[in-house]
Structure formats: C-alpha cells, structure tokens
Design a protein around this ligand. Structure first.
Ligand code: FAD
Ligand code: SF4
Ligand code: SF4
Length: 446
C-alpha cells in the first residue's frame, strides 16, 4: 500500500533550537516546511536548561514561545516521534521515507489532561531530569512539552488498562502500529544536534560510582525551577552542598577519549552555573578547576570577569583523580599549574564534570552527507558558506555541524534557511525554465 504523501519545500530534521529556528525562518518566507523530531516533544537540549549565558534569561521562558510558534505556524507541519528511514533523490527533489512511531495515544484525541499519568502505577526514571525524578509509563513527557500529548512506554507498561479507564476521551490505543509517511521536499536542513560525552568516560573521576559526581546537564536540572528537587541538593543524601567544584575539559581536548576538539560551551556553562549557584547557595564555596578558560563570544569575557568579582574561585590545575569518603564527600587530587605543579587534595560536597559535545546523530548512511574527522557533518566551505554540506540541497545547522552555543545555533539556523531558500529558488527556477523549454520544443514540433 502506498504510504500517505506530503509535498513541502523543505524538510528540517531535528526540533532543537537550531531546527526550530530554521523551520520558522523558512516558513516566515512562505515556504512549506515539514519538521521531523524523533522525540515525543520538540525543544532539544535547550528546553532542559535552567538559564542561558550570557544573558541569564530563563531558558524555559525563551524556548517555549519558539516551540509554540513552530507548532502553530500555518506553513509548518510538525512530525514528532518520527524518524527518517531513507532518502531518495529524483528530478531535483528529495523523497524521504519516514516512520511515525506509535505513541499508543491518538494525538488527535489527546488533550494532555494527564489523567492517564495519574492513574498509571508504573514509576520509571525520568531521563528529562537526568533520572533524579520519576515519570509514569504513560505521561506527557515534561510540563512544557510541545505537543502536549501523552506517550506510552510499551516496554515498561503492565497493560493493566488503568490509564485507558482514566482517559476521558478514549485516546489510548494499545494496538497502534508504526505509520509510514513519504515526504517530498526540495531541500533538507539537518539540525540533529549533539549528545554530551559520557560522564563516566574518565574512570579516575568516579562518575557512575560516586553519586555526587554529576555532569553539567544534571546541574542544569538541579538549578531549573522545574527541576527534580526544586532546589540544589546533592544526590547521595539530599544535603545542601557547601562546597561545589567544576572540572573543566572532562570529556573534550582529550586524546585518550578520542575527543581532541574544544567543545566551546563548557567553560561558559560552568561559569554560568557557578554564578547561579552563588545566587542560590549564598554561603557555598565554588571552585572551577581549569587548564584554559575559553570565553570566545560577545560579552563572554566580561561574564567571566563578573564571575571572578562574585568570588568564584578559578584554579588553574589538572584534576588527576577524585575519591570519596564514607559520607560520599569527594576529594579532588589536583596538580596546581601556577604553583610549581604542587599537588593538593581538596574536599568538596559535589563535583560537576564539564563534559563536552558529541554528534547527536550520524547522518551519513541515510542522508549521504560526508562526515568530518571529528564526527560532525562535514562543511566543505566553512568560511564562506558554513551551512553547506557535501551534498547539494542538504544544509546543516546548529551542533549537528560541530560544537556551538545557542547564539551560533540561531545564526547558523538563519544561514541554513537562507541557503535552502536560495537553493529552492535556483533549483525551482531551473526546473521551471526546463519545463518552459520543453513546452517551447513541443510547440515548435507541433
Ligand atoms: C550543560 C550545558 C549547558 C548549556 N548552557 C548553554 C547556555 O547557557 N547558553 C548557550 O548559548 N548554550 C548552552 N549550551 C549549548 C546548547 O545546549 C546548544 O548550543 C544548543 O542546545 C544546540 O541546539 P541544537 O538544536 O543544535 O541541538 P539539540 O538541542 O541537541 O537539538 C537536536 C534535536 O534533534 C533531534 N534529533 C537528533 N537526531 C534526530 C534524527 N535522526 N531525526 C529526528 N530528530 C533528531 C534531537 O532529539 C533534538 O531534539 C549548553 C550545553 C550544555 C551541555
Ligand atoms: S496500561 Fe500501562 S501505561 Fe496504562 S496504567 Fe497500566 S502500566 Fe500504566
Ligand atoms: S491520553 Fe487521555 S488521559 Fe492521557 S493526557 Fe491524553 S487525553 Fe488525558
């Protein structure tokens, strides 16, 4: 059976800030856009952050309106919980074969009332809160999710039917199957984002074994007003930490991990979190152990200076090892670079590893775009056209192309939309000229 078909100008893959912005920029110019997101909600990593450097705006307050604008834009067709399986190319257009994964909830009927969630007896670790809180086997993924529709985790579901009984609109359907869909698009924008380097990659830092060694995204959730505890508490015993340390480059610029590049955001997010912590835990000591501090963006150096002025301690030192005592307090063994390589051991209640960025998805097999040595999408013209990929008609934006912050993700989103629009015009105009020439030939020969 032929799957349902959708014809658009551009297919945007990934609904983080970069994909959302590209989709909006194209849609605002009148192009028809399909935005595909593999998760049940759009928003990407940004919607899980607390506040953003360098402005310290509330992240939820600035991301939610974008998510909503995408969902309500008349020129954007939003396809969540959907993945692209293959791409074909014919007559200057791409044909993408997509699969919409079963939510086991009828999206058209679901009102997001959460009655199913309250009725479900299964508690599962909440990945959105870095597993520090629980969610139910059926739930709306998080409070500001777009769309506000429930999704059921069939792997952990008991099939007890309690949610079905609780649902006032009979939206739950245990028999739902994956649904194929075909999208024909003139161009593609890849915005598949990043994942963080594994927190336990450096065994000597003890993450995974020591509950109070956490990563940057976990601290984002602890700092977020909607976070797991509503306050910064350390995971082992719920104690308010008096001494918090950051270990920089705990996943980047490290040959032993195969991640030789700088992830660009870790210095700034550590400084941001340290500033937020000193506002929340006014008496806490906050230390950042670093090799180099890289504050490359507009206003970022001033941000760093403000943090120093606030009393945050910056220690140029290499953390060799972290151990813990019986009370789960942590001891950092540090070689102090500026003190003649003196080795010290300092105690902290909580240590945050500033992990780096890895590609969120490897698109070479499905999209046929070349990948660079660092694993991100190869951009053959990084100076003049940084969003071009090695395949005409496919563009890249945000962290799919390499580590970057939100500011640069937004800038490349606009650039990718402009490149895609130019490609559509040239290609569309070429196709129109070809059709006119054919018509002329037919008239001449008639
Ligand atoms: C701890 C931490 C704190 C940070 N704080 C800040 C800050 O304060 N200020 C700042 O400027 N930057 C900050 N950043 C960086 C910021 O998070 C990124 O710059 C930004 O989120 C990148 O957006 P993106 O859209 O490129 O990627 P993502 O947010 O990763 O979005 C990618 C989206 O694509 C989807 N996707 C992936 N593969 C597929 C696929 N195959 N099909 C369909 N969908 C797919 C994903 O599910 C995701 O929704 C921080 C980063 C970290 C780790
Ligand atoms: S059927 Fe599954 S999802 Fe529904 S309430 Fe029971 S365990 Fe939860
Ligand atoms: S599935 Fe039913 S009960 Fe659950 S959120 Fe949707 S409408 Fe409400």
């Amino acid at each position: 059976m032929t799957p349902p078909q959708l014809e658009v100008d551009a297919l945007v893959v990934g609904g983080g800030i970069a994909g959302m912005q590209s989709a909006l920029d194209l849609a605002d110019q009148g192009y028809q856009v399909a935005l595909v997101e593999r998760q049940a909600s759009i928003g990407g990593k940004m919607i899980s952050l607390s506040k953003v450097f360098p402005t310290l705006d509330c992240c939820s307050c600035i991301t939610t309106p974008k998510m909503s604008a995408v969902a309500h834009h008349p020129n954007i067709r939003l396809l969540t919980y959907t993945e692209v399986e293959s791409i074909g190319e014919q007559d200057g257009a791409f044909t993408a074969r997509l699969v919409k994964k079963p939510r086991y909830v009828d999206e058209d009927l679901c009102t997001g009332c959460r009655q199913c969630e309250y009725a479900c007896p299964v508690d599962l670790p909440n990945a959105f809160d870095r597993n520090l809180s629980a969610i139910r086997a059926i739930c709306v993924p998080f409070s500001t999710a777009v769309p506000q529709k429930a999704v059921l985790d069939i792997e952990h579901c008991l099939l007890c039917g309690k949610c079905q009984k609780a649902c006032p609109v009979d939206a739950i359907d245990f028999t739902q199957q994956p649904e194929p869909l075909e999208v024909r698009a003139g161009s593609i924008v890849l915005a598949t984002g990043f994942e963080t380097t594994p927190v336990d990659a450096k065994a000597e830092y003890g993450a995974g074994r020591f509950p109070n060694v956490i990563d940057g995204l976990t601290m984002e959730r602890l700092l977020a007003p909607t976070g797991p505890y509503g306050h910064v508490l350390r995971p082992s015993d719920g104690k308010e930490p008096d001494s918090i340390a950051y270990v920089q480059c705990a996943g980047s610029r490290d040959q032993t991990l195969g991640v030789e590049y700088c992830s660009r955001v870790c210095c700034m997010y550590a400084i941001k979190q340290a500033m937020l912590l000193s506002g929340t835990l006014t008496l806490a000591d906050i230390t950042i152990y670093y090799m180099d501090i890289r504050t490359f963006g507009k206003g970022y150096e001033q941000f760093y200076k403000n943090a120093q002025a606030m009393g945050i301690r910056f220690v140029k030192g290499k953390v060799a090892k972290i151990t813990e005592d019986e009370a789960h307090n942590l001891i950092a063994r540090v070689e102090l670079i500026e003190e003649g390589s003196q080795v010290v051991e300092w105690k902290h209640d909580l240590i945050v590893l500033s992990v780096g960025m890895l590609p969120g998805y490897r698109p070479e097999a499905v999209y046929g775009v070349p990948i660079a040595d660092d694993g991100f999408v190869h951009t053959p013209s990084p100076n003049l056209s940084p969003t071009l990929t090695g395949r005409p008609g496919i563009f890249v934006t945000g962290t799919a192309g390499g580590p970057m912050d939100i500011v640069d993700s937004i800038v490349t989103a606009g650039a990718a939309a402009a490149e895609a629009a130019a490609y559509l015009e040239t290609n569309g105009a070429a196709r129109r000229r070809g059709a006119m020439a054919q018509q002329t030939r037919e008239l001449v020969h008639a």
